[in-house]
Design a protein around this ligand. Sequence first.
Ligand code: ATP
Length: 588
Amino acid sequence: MLYSELAETFDRLESTSSRLEMTDILAAFLKTADRSELRSIVYLSQGKLHPDFVPGVLGMADRLVLRAIAFTSGTPEDKVEKMWVETGDPGNVAESLISRKKQMTLFSEDLTVERVVKGLTAIQDADGKDSQERKMKTLANMLHDSGPLEARYLCRTVTGRMRVGAADMTILDALAIAFSTKEDRPAIERAFNITCDIGLVAETIATGGMDAIRAIDVSVGSPVKVMLAERLPSVAQIVERMGGRCAIEYKYDGIRVQAHIGKDGVRLFSRRLEDLTSNFPDIAEELRRTCRYGEAIIEGECVAIDPDTGNMLPFQNVTHRRKKHGMDEAVKEVPVRIFMFDCLYRDGEDMTSSPYLDRRAALETGFEIGGAVQMTTMRIVESEEEGEDFFSSAVASRCEGIMAKSIESDSVYRAGNRGFLWIKYKKDYQQALTDSFDLAVVGAFYGMGKRAGRYGALLMAAYDQETCRFETVCKLGTGFDDAFLDGMPALLDGTLSETKPADVDAEMVPDVWFEPAVVLEVVAAEITLSPIHTAARDVIKDGAGLGIRFPRFTGRVRDDKSPEQCTTVGEIVDMYGMQAHDSDGLSE
Ligand code: ATP
């Protein structure tokens, strides 16, 4: 297929904000696409070359891309740079300078999807001496045979700016329409949740239909989307909701890890599918050593331990370890333990459909527990008093709170879902709001007074899973220390956007916009109706959205979460419902 056909589809996707329309455009296109190219097409529509858990990202520097544009279009570099300063997007610059399809010459070659994938892969993998020059030339080579639209999307893809609205959920909807029926949508989503590979799902359904989709199983090496917990404001409500009897585990304050223990070694994935194996080589080794299964997939929380006292340390200590350079030294300085809480697979058996107690038993029998490999502390409780008592001992052991888990026969592992089979309860809940929020930065306001010359406040958004859009909930200006204020440009400027990003809904206009990428943890006093914020607009009250009052940054950058994994608008609506509120007054 010619890349121009794909670029035209991207253009059509980009020119609508209606998710239904996007789904139809995608469905029609995927249906006619060559089966052998479907995987690549799906990845390219998300600006990628492969699923997230495969290492390697495209992130060519803007200036290098500008050189390729100058080289191909024969435009002086200073003119190209000036246009870039004006538009902020190398894609737009390329589109205007490569304004028409050139005459085919002896040196021209069709720009096919296959050629683009090869070129982009070469750019991604270029390493070592002269790699910048090679990247530039490879891109220039593709631009040489591009029309304006292809040039726009090539440049956006290599700089990591590809956001045409092809979110995972939209692609899954489109696949159901193109190759099956809406009724099969849950089964298609399950296949995605247990493989985290949208390209694989697309190829499977197109070539083997629903039978092949249903035959997809959990397998070692393919991360499974993590199961998430709901929240309730009291232990009493949790025990009642669980039917009067449930398991309660300590909720550890560390980093969630999904360990894939295979015959050839162990790989550890974060909840955003990054490979964490090199951060926890000691844990990987201990899991392999203590595991009695040939193969297994387990989950646990990696927690830093004070080597002098043996006490658990707060999460910052594990993230600190992630950033350490000398790993041998870090392993000694910051010992880590894994507290295992789930088993998703063992020796050919997919355990995600087994009840909680069976999965826990699979951990207890499958590992030699001790040292760095531990089980989460757990108790079955049958009353509020027992629950409260267990909560106190969790807090005394320096845990964040508790995780209640259903022990009913239907207590399966729901990959990628947030539901009441797991309910979290944290010590913070006893003070103010029901939970902290993980919000995406979508804009910044320049500071004044002591903050002059720096970003002083940020515009923060939650993610709406229904519409696949980011909707604002607050302007955040509290909780930043000097180091964070100084570090903000380095953290955020790579995601600068000249205009409001296409997937952001905002009425408040910041001084600069950012593509949603960076996630910060925020606590607040209250969720209120807001005339300016766009989250849940018209859901509770016509003309009003939901905003959070007195937001404060906790100091925690959630780099283990992608922007789509931040707190959802649906969760904020639920939290608003849980909050005791009797006023309908509007506040910003
Ligand atoms: P969420 O995971 O709900 O999106 P979050 O990542 O902000 O939210 P929390 O609200 O703190 O995390 O709660 C869920 C997380 O708690 C899990 O993802 C996991 O990392 C951690 N955790 C700690 N102890 C346990 C446990 N015993 N069982 C399950 N998860 C646990």
